[in-house]
Write a protein that binds this ligand. Structure first.
Ligand SMILES: [Zn+2]
Length: 161
């Protein structure tokens, strides 16, 4: 009886744990449940689905130029070797800097409507150590720049954080 409980509970759990890092947790659950340790072995040797990247779990990373460990894009000090590093502007698939709390829809809208204001703001962000924006803050900053009320640097200082 205990053996069946262990099989039913442990089989899928271990299978899941083995499959998770390569995006095969579904197979891990199923094969672990049906085949037990044989299922674990199958999942362990399984290739990740094509195009699968484990980047999502940790967010974007870049290599430290000194020790080559993976660090945050916006880091100014390497957490592994302590070296001072230049922060890098990691950009998402939509062309938006990583860490901005702006929806892709809002960003695309602003980019389409105020392309030069968005571009000059991005350049100013690089000078200002990459502050973060919400959708509302970015909209305010972009419209301030577009209407000439603030320079890009002033808008970043006022609305970014
Ligand atoms: Zn380092």
């Amino acid at each position: 009886m205990e053996l069946i409980v262990v099989w039913v509970v442990l089989g899928p759990l271990v299978g899941y744990a083995i499959g998770k890092p390569k995006g095969r947790e579904g197979y891990g659950l199923l094969l672990g449940l049906l085949l037990g340790f044989i299922g674990w072995i199958i999942v362990a040797v399984m290739e990740p689905p094509s195009g699968y990247s484990n980047v999502g779990a940790l967010g974007p990373r870049r290599a430290c130029p000194y020790c080559a460990e993976q660090i945050q894009p916006a880091a100014v000090v390497c957490r592994y070797c302590g070296a001072d590093v230049e922060p890098a502007l990691a950009v998402t698939a939509k062309g938006m800097p990583f860490g901005w709390r702006v929806t892709a829809k809002d960003y695309e809208h602003l980019q389409k409507k105020y392309p030069s204001a968005v571009e000059s703001l991005l350049a100013a962000c690089a000078e200002a150590n990459y502050p973060s924006f919400t959708s509302g803050e970015l909209t305010s900053a972009v419209t301030d720049v577009d209407r000439g009320r603030l320079s890009p640097q002033q808008a970043v200082a006022k609305w970014g954080r």
